[in-house]
Design a protein around this ligand. Structure first.
Ligand code: FUB
Length: 315
C-alpha cells in the first residue's frame, strides 16, 4: 500500500494481524460500488453485482448490467464470506426487471434492523410523472438477510447511488445523485423523507458528481464523491460542520484508476481503529470497465483533518 502522507510517499504492506490482503478482495464474481459497514464486530460489504450483459437484455449491451445484490462479510479483511443473493430485481414489485439496473446500494442499521437502500429503474410512473431511477429499501433482522423489499420506492427521490448517514443525535440523512448530489432528512422509520431534497452547493460546478458517501470523524463531516470532468472519475471530498453543509471543497482522495475504469464508487469505514477506503477497478476485465472488482486500501488523515491521497494497491 502506498499513501501520500503530507507530501511523503509511504510504502507499507496492507497487514491486518498476521495476514495480508490482496486486491481485488472479491474474486468469485464481478462486484462494484462497495458500501462497507461494521455490524456486530464484522465488516460487511454491500456491492453492486456486475454481470456480462445477457442477450435478452434490451437496449445497450455495453452498459452497466446488474440483476441482484450479494452481501459479503469478513472478520479480518482477508477472508470474505459470500452470503449469497439478498435482493434481486424479480423480488422487488416496483422494479423494471428488463432493465438490469440494480446499481450502487448502501445498508445501515437502526434499532436492530438493517435497512438496505438500492436504486433501480421503475416500472411505473411516479407521482411527479417521472419514470427512471427510484431508490427502494429492503429491511432485515440480520445483515445477511433475509431482506424484505418495500412495495414502492421512496417517495420524492429520483436518482441513483443512495448513501445513508445517522448522526450522533439520531437524525438520519439520505444522500443520492442525479448529475449532482442531493440530501434530505429521513424519518425515524428510515423509509420516508422528512425534508425536501436539497442539491448540495459549493461542489465543483462542471462535470458529473455521483456516488456520495458521508462520514464523520472528530466533528468533521466528510462528503466524499466521484467526480468526472473529462473521461475518468476521481474521488474528491468536501467538509462541513454538519451533515447538510454548507460544504467546502478540500481536494482529492484518489486519482485516476490504474486500469482506466471510468467509475470509482467507494465507501469509507473505521474498523478496529483503522480507516479504510473501499472502491472498485476493472483488474479482471481490462477490456470492459462495466465488469468491475472491489478493492480496499487503508486511509490516513493529516493532523488538520485533511485526507492523505491514496494510491490504489494492485494485487
Ligand atoms: O454501478 C453503476 C454506476 O456506476 C453507479 O451507480 C455509479 O456510482 C458508478 O459506479
Amino acid at each position: 500500500l502506498r499513501a501520500k502522507l503530507a507530501g511523503l510517499v509511504v510504502f507499507s504492506g496492507l497487514v491486518i494481524g498476521n495476514v495480508s490482503a490482496q486486491n481485488p478482495i472479491i474474486r468469485n464474481q464481478f462486484s462494484a460500488d462497495p458500501s462497507a459497514r461494521i455490524f456486530n464486530g464484522k465488516v460487511y460489504v454491500f456491492p453492486s453485482h456486475d454481470i456480462p450483459t445477457p442477450s435478452e437484455k434490451p437496449g445497450r449491451k455495453d452498459w452497466f448490467c446488474m440483476e441482484d445484490y450479494h452481501v459479503f462479510s469478513s472478520e479480518n479483511l482477508t477472508d470474505w464470506t459470500d452470503h449469497g443473493v439478498i435482493v434481486s430485481q424479480e423480488s422487488v414489485p416496483w422494479v423494471d426487471s428488463a432493465s438490469y439496473s440494480m446499481w450502487a446500494p448502501d445498508c445501515i442499521e437502526r434499532n436492530g434492523k438493517y435497512y438496505f437502500y438500492f436504486p433501480a429503474n421503475t416500472r411505473v410512473v411516479d407521482a411527479n410523472g417521472r419514470k427512471g431511477f427510484g431508490i427502494g429499501v429492503a429491511v432485515a433482522e440480520n445483515p445477511e438477510g433475509p431482506y424484505l423489499p418495500q412495495s414502492t420506492p421512496i417517495e420524492g427521490v429520483h436518482g441513483i447511488d443512495p448513501n445513508v448517514f445517522i448522526d450522533k443525535d439520531g437524525q438520519a440523512y439520505l444522500y443520492w445523485s442525479m448529475g449532482r448530489i442531493f440530501v434530505a432528512k429521513l424519518k425515524e422509520n428510515m423509509l420516508e423523507l422528512d425534508s425536501e431534497p436539497m442539491a448540495i452547493a459549493n461542489l465543483p460546478e462542471k462535470g458529473l458528481k455521483e456516488g456520495p458517501y458521508l462520514f464523520e470523524r472528530s466533528g468533521i463531516y466528510y462528503l466524499t464523491f466521484p467526480h468526472v470532468e473529462n473521461t475518468i472519475e476521481r474521488l474528491e471530498y468536501a467538509t462541513a460542520g454538519n451533515p447538510m453543509g454548507p460544504f467546502t471543497m478540500k481536494g482529492v482522495i484518489m486519482d485516476e484508476s490504474p486500469m482506466n475504469c471510468w467509475t470509482v464508487h467507494h465507501s469509507v469505514v473505521n474498523f478496529q481503529g483503522q480507516w479504510y477506503l473501499f472502491y472498485h477497478q476493472n483488474e479482471y476485465s481490462p477490456q470492459f470497465d462495466k465488469n468491475r472488482s472491489i478493492c480496499m486500501d487503508s486511509l490516513s488523515f493529516n493532523p488538520d483533518g485533511s485526507i492523505c491521497e491514496v494510491i490504489p494497491t494492485r494485487r
